[in-house]
Design a protein around this ligand. Structure first.
Ligand code: IVH
Length: 686
């Protein structure tokens, strides 16, 4: 086949596929592929059409903006078409756009306005003599659907504007569902047994395109306006920034997160800030929109096809993809819980290949109606484990299988129960080897004893060779033991023994966490270490003592008491004691009395520190009487920011916390004297 003939075939294929997905997306509000996959198809088609311009036809999906409107709504002709935006997927592409604009304008810089690209439904609102007269969807850009009645139910859409507003004008914006509203809506739908919305955008689109506006009225929709369509009877501002402020003064809601940027570098910074804080934002954005600020320059640049040359969407990496659910596997956790997980056909999501995803529990699988063999939408959010959003029900063949939990533990074959009121199924055998191994993995993990060089594989090898049966046994390993394992060199044995020895100095709170007491996470371990100066004090605490602590309820106190009652746990504690692991608080005196310099302060660390490991930074904070928290809360005093910080930075900024960089943090510590040996004659509570 000639090159042109194969291009023609491929173009046909792509057009059919894109038309099909357009229909699913715009008309049925039920897409089967992710935006990124759709963008990929469009890109390929555009590329082929650029190489073979003779094959471009007027009905190609590249030649129009969206899907045709649905007649049932009534059709609105847009006096000026609603354009769409070209996309940039990297800074290079953004720069290329900027360079082209500079060349066209014959200048080397211009002001830019950056806005979040909110993920919702584009609308055009027309006002006449002070009143909202029409609200329309974008449709294909030229003709949209009349959804006036529905848009009138959205609180942030003004039904009237002040007398100084132009006599007739059209405002454009995006209707969306904030995250919290989306979550609530899906919870309600789940409890009513209705299918869930895959994301806030589908939920917003589905809510606006309702035939019964009473349904729309119950959805917590919101709108951000981002521009004027056309205006009669008044001069409008000379810049986009002033236009937005002007719209705000007329009572329209604009995004609180817009920024005026003097250079492309500032726009890039804006993008990065959004990307790192996007999980913490109350609404979802799938990228930013960068616009030329001067209206005169916008006009000079004009449009190509259906896209303006003066604006571009700079997209965030995709966080969703679709793939096949091959099977559901089960891990037995350290508390005996049976944790189901999805085994997926590998798929690229946000630059990472995903082949497994969390499935939480049986109820969750049934609630989402996920079946083995389904096509599913998978989602990555930040650094968390990928999740399955839901099945693509339209792609079912009938051979999919409903999942149910086994009656017997997949590891030890003991009976499985589901305690009342709990979501998890549990293996009833406390000696289940899977639980024992998971407890060891937890013991050595970061945040717990943090033993370098002993990862999952090593834990398994030691356990399977019967060299250890719990975490405490690690302290009795000898050089010979380790050398008896396959492929162990002298050098790595020395390193492992060193890190085991070094872990004996971990603070008391970390040891408490490492013990793996049911329900005792890092924060509860800190709380217990703040209130009990030794493991013996804690072990002899009564239920009444424990319940007197803030945020300790019957579930936690019972778990602690049960833990210390079990012989196996008593033996572990004795082994740790003999090995010299820290079983009492390293802090001299009482931090809460204010005798230590950092008493009463809490630090939260985010990002990578250059000069010391995070565990050591936290140990130093504790040694000075401070707390090291894991999340930014009202209790947080300082947030220490290292390289590539997570969403905690944005949260800290929003909450107005004091932010320290690594140097400032080290300076602060330097000014304070460290603590000497622990003072056991000062029990904090007994
Ligand atoms: S400007 C000519 N600004 O993104 C400029 N669009 O393809 C056209 N969107 O569905 C749009 N946030 O509704 C612009 N701050 C923003 C936006 C935004 C979301 C949507 C828009 C349309 C798509 C553009």
């Amino acid at each position: 086949m000639t090159n042109a003939a194969s291009a023609k075939l491929r173009i046909q294929e792509l057009r059919e596929s894109i038309n099909y997905h357009n229909h699913r997306y715009y008309v049925l509000d039920s897409p089967e592929i992710s935006d990124a996959e759709y963008d990929g198809l469009m890109r390929e088609l555009r590329q082929l059409e650029a190489e073979h311009p003779e094959l471009v036809t007027p009905d190609s999906p590249t030649q129009r903006i969206g899907a045709p409107p649905v007649e049932a709504f009534g059709i609105v002709e847009h006096p000026r078409p609603l354009l769409s935006l070209a996309n940039a997927f990297s800074f290079d592409e953004l720069e290329a756009w900027h360079r082209r604009a500079c060349n066209t304008l014959g200048r080397d810089r211009f002001d830019l306005v950056c806005e979040p690209k909110v993920d919702g439904l584009a609308v055009a609102l027309t006002y006449s003599d002070g009143l909202l007269v029409t609200g329309a969807t974008r449709g294909d850009g030229y003709r949209g659907e009349d959804v006036t009645r529905n848009l009138r139910t959205i609180r942030s859409v003004p039904l009237s504007v002040p007398p100084e507003a132009p006599s007739r004008f059209e405002v454009r914006g995006e209707v969306f569902l904030p995250r919290a509203g989306f979550r609530k809506l899906n919870e309600e739908r789940a409890s009513e047994g209705l299918p869930l919305f895959a994301n806030p955008r589908n939920a917003a689109a589905g809510s606006v395109r309702q035939f019964d506006s009473a349904v729309t009225a119950r959805r917590p929709l919101d709108v951000f306006v981002y521009g004027l369509g056309w205006v009669e009877g008044r001069r409008t501002p000379d810049t986009h920034w002033d236009t937005l402020q002007y719209l705000k003064s007329l009572g329209f809601k604009i995004s609180p997160d817009i920024a005026l940027c003097r250079s492309l570098g500032e726009a890039e910074e804006y993008y990065r800030r959004w990307l790192s804080g996007r999980e913490a934002s109350p609404y979802e954005a799938d990228g930013i929109v960068v616009k030329v600020n001067s209206v005169a320059l916008q006009e000079e640049l004009g449009n190509v096809a259906h896209e303006p040359r003066w604006a571009i969407a700079y997209k965030f990496p995709a966080v969703q993809g679709t793939t096949r659910l091959i099977d559901i596997g089960i891990n037995v956790g350290r508390t005996g819980s049976l944790n189901p997980y999805a085994i997926l056909e590998p798929v690229q999501v946000g630059g990472v290949v995903i082949s497994q995803a969390a499935l939480h529990n049986e109820e969750d699988i049934h609630r989402k109606d996920i079946r083995i063999g389904d096509w599913v939408v998978v989602q990555r959010a930040g650094e968390v484990i990928p999740e399955i959003v839901g099945p693509v029900a339209g792609r079912r063949t009938g051979s999919e299988q409903v999942f149910s939990m086994p009656n017997r533990c997949p590891v030890c074959r003991s009976e499985v129960i589901k305690p009342q009121g709990e979501a998890m199924h549990r293996c009833t055998n406390t000696a289940c080897p899977a639980q024992a191994l998971e407890k060891i993995k937890h013991f050595v993990s970061r945040g717990a004893m943090d033993i370098d060089g002993i990862g999952e594989r090593m834990c398994r090898a030691l356990f399977e060779a019967s060299l250890i049966s719990d975490g405490a046994d690690l302290y009795y390993l000898t050089r010979e033991h380790l050398l008896s394992l396959e492929r162990m060199a002298d050098k790595s044995v020395s390193n492992i023994l060193d890190s085991i020895r070094e872990s004996k100095t971990r603070p008391f709170s970390r040891v408490l966490f490492a013990l793996g007491i049911l329900h005792i996470g890092e924060q509860y371990a800190d709380l217990l270490a703040d209130n009990y100066s030794s493991i013996d004090d804690l072990a002899s605490a009564t239920e009444e003592d424990l319940l007197a602590l803030p945020s300790v309820g019957p579930r936690i106190s019972e778990s602690i008491i049960t833990f210390f009652r079990q012989d196996g746990n008593k033996q572990i504690i004795e082994k740790l004691r003999r090995a010299g692991v820290r079983l009492e608080d390293e802090r001299a005196g009482d931090a809460r009395s204010g005798s230590l310099p950092l008493a009463g302060t809490e630090f939260v660390l985010t990002g990578r520190l250059e000069s010391l490991p995070r565990s050591e930074a936290e140990a130093r904070i504790r040694a000075l009487g401070g707390r090291a928290g894991s999340d930014v809360t009202s209790r947080t005093t300082y947030v220490v920011v290292g390289a590539e910080p997570g969403s905690k930075l944005a949260k800290a900024e929003r909450m107005g916390k004091r932010i320290l960089n690594e140097d400032e943090f080290l300076d602060l510590l330097k000014g304070m004297s460290p603590v000497g040996t622990s003072d056991q004659s000062h029990p904090k509570k007994s």
